[in-house]
Ligand binder design. Structure first.
Ligand SMILES: *Cc1c(COP(=O)(O)O)cnc(C)c1O
Length: 391
């Protein structure tokens, strides 16, 4: 794949990644040749699809230290988060109604939590430190006798910050509370072993690790403890009753292939991305009034998130648009751009939260591209500041 000169450089991997050609090659036969329904048990077409799904399930389970019966395929991490939060809330309702999560979670966790509040559940949204990390003492103090679930993400989608999930898992286990983690950004980038980390539920998605969109999974622990989950989709009883709906073989084999490749290449890619990220930051940090958002080292290797003083966030993005495809991390709701809830939780002012850039460096990015992006960013900031002085 030669980069198209007319297209901006893609630095938005936290939003999505392209499908790896090796992943696509694995998927293709399952559209036309092995098109069977994996639940058709009376003929070869069904068996072929079923065999492919069994293999994929084994790959994904092995990648996180789980067993195959603990993997529930979903349409992605949004659905996995919904199933985890609503499924646990419903199943453990008589035990307690308190849930703990973080202010910096993805909306796919925050919105289900708000929905659960509307049903009468009580949710504690823990603040974070100025570097984006959870304060473990505050977390411990938030635990109540009726706390049934803790949902804290492994890696943040805006600032890349890696939460101390091993410590969180240990505290949850000691207190007999279920621990769910949204690992949509973490899978394939950091080691995730559900045993070592005491994780009871974990949301995964394929399209952030060079797999296809529309497929993900929820890991659901089967023993010590056995997690009970109320299904949110009822129907044919697929996925041991936890998620009905015909499984999607091309997406599932693609998901497994993407995870398999990511694990093999993880260490090498981590070193390469860290170097590119640090190279970008070493150039940008020369400019006055650029601030790093999130912990300097405890973050995803390909993530750099900055706030820029003295410029308009929208103008900054517009100025960079021809050169680089990235996002501010701020959520665009219809016409209005809202400052990011994540940056506000770090204590950033409204204007710094608004004038933010999220660089997400991935597979296809080169040193040359990073240098071009650094130069374009610096030039855009300087010309915007000059304009601001004149007006
Ligand atoms: C992308 C993302 C999601 C949503 O995943 P989908 O598979 O697109 O539904 C949820 N949580 C985090 C942290 C994400 O980055």
């Amino acid at each position: 794949m030669s980069p198209d000169r007319h297209l901006p450089i893609y630095l938005d991997r936290h939003a999505t990644t392209p499908v790896d050609p090796r992943v696509l090659a694995t998927m293709l036969p399952y559209f036309t040749e092995h098109f069977g329904n994996p639940t058709s048990t009376t003929h070869q077409y069904g068996w072929a699809a079923e065999a492919a799904i069994t293999g994929a399930r084994e790959t994904i389970a092995a990648a996180i230290g789980a067993s195959t019966e603990e993997i529930v395929f979903t349409s992605g991490a949004t659905e996995a988060n919904n199933l985890a939060l609503k499924g646990v809330a419903e199943a453990y309702f008589s035990k307690g109604q308190h849930i703990i999560t973080l202010q910096t979670e993805h909306n796919a966790v925050l919105d289900p939590c708000q929905y659960l509040e509307s049903l009468g559940f009580i949710v504690t949204y823990l603040p974070v430190e100025s570097d984006g990390l959870v304060n473990l003492d505050l977390f411990k103090k938030a635990i109540r006798p009726d706390t049934i679930l803790v949902s804290i993400m492994a890696a943040n989608n805006e600032i890349g910050v890696l939460q101390p999930i091993a410590e969180i898992g240990k505290i949850c286990r000691e207190n007999g509370i279920l621990f769910h983690t949204d690992a949509a950004q973490a899978i394939g980038q950091i080691p995730l072993d559900v045993e070592r980390l005491n994780i009871d539920l974990m949301s995964l998605t394929a399209h952030k690790v060079y797999g296809p969109k529309g497929i993900g999974a929820l890991y659901v622990r089967r023993r010590d403890p056995r997690v009970k989950l109320s299904p949110q989709l009822h129907g044919g009883g697929h996925e041991r009753g936890m998620r009905s709906g015909t499984l999607y073989p091309p997406q599932i084999v693609g998901f497994a292939k993407a995870v398999e490749i990511a694990l093999v290449e993880m260490e090498m890619e981590k070193a390469r991305l860290t170097e590119l990220r640090d190279r970008l930051w070493s150039q940008l940090s020369q400019v006055e009034g650029i601030y790093l958002n999130g912990h300097p080292t405890q973050r995803l290797p390909g993530n750099l998130n900055i706030s820029v003083a003295g410029v308009d966030g929208n103008a900054l993005l517009l100025g960079l648009r021809p050169t680089v495809a990235l996002s501010s991390g701020a959520a665009c709701s219809s016409a209005k751009i809202e400052p990011s809830h994540v940056l506000k939780a770090l204590g950033r002012s409204e204007s710094l939260a608004y004038a933010a850039l999220r660089f997400g460096i991935g597979h296809n990015n080169t040193v040359e591209q990073i240098d071009r992006v650094a130069m374009a960013t610096i030039e855009t900031i300087q010309s915007l500041r000059k304009l601001a002085l004149r007006s």
